[in-house]
Design a protein. Structure first.
Length: 115
């Protein structure tokens, strides 16, 4: 049975790492909490590819996918709207830009209202 290319790559890199001394193998970096004062979140409205429906987009978040999903869930719960979080942005149904900016600033983020 043919092997998957991912399995072949895992095997190739595992052999290289096994041949290195233990102090030369880099350890995965721990995810440091992002400094919210350094990132700027842009809150915009978008209608493209959505049959004319308005959605609010929050972009510019620097953090893990879990942190992005948690922030998205907080926003959806607080505002009572639907939406999703992924690909580095939070999508909320409807035009709720002003409420989103106010909520993000209350959490300590640097948020700016776009278009």
């Amino acid at each position: 049975m043919p092997q998957d290319w991912k399995d072949l790559l895992k095997g190739a890199f595992a052999e290289e790492l096994a041949s290195l001394p233990p102090e030369a193998v880099p350890e995965p970096a721990a995810s440091a909490a992002p400094d919210f004062r350094k990132q700027r979140l842009i809150v915009t409205i978008d209608r493209r590819r959505r049959a004319g429906k308005q959605v609010t987009l929050v972009t510019g978040f620097n953090g893990t996918d879990e942190e992005l999903a948690a922030l998205g869930k907080q926003l959806k719960t607080k505002l009572g709207v639907g939406g999703s979080a992924g690909d580095g942005e939070i999508l909320l149904q409807g035009d709720v830009r002003d409420k989103v900016v106010a909520f993000l600033m209350a959490l300590g983020h640097r948020a700016k209202r776009g278009n």
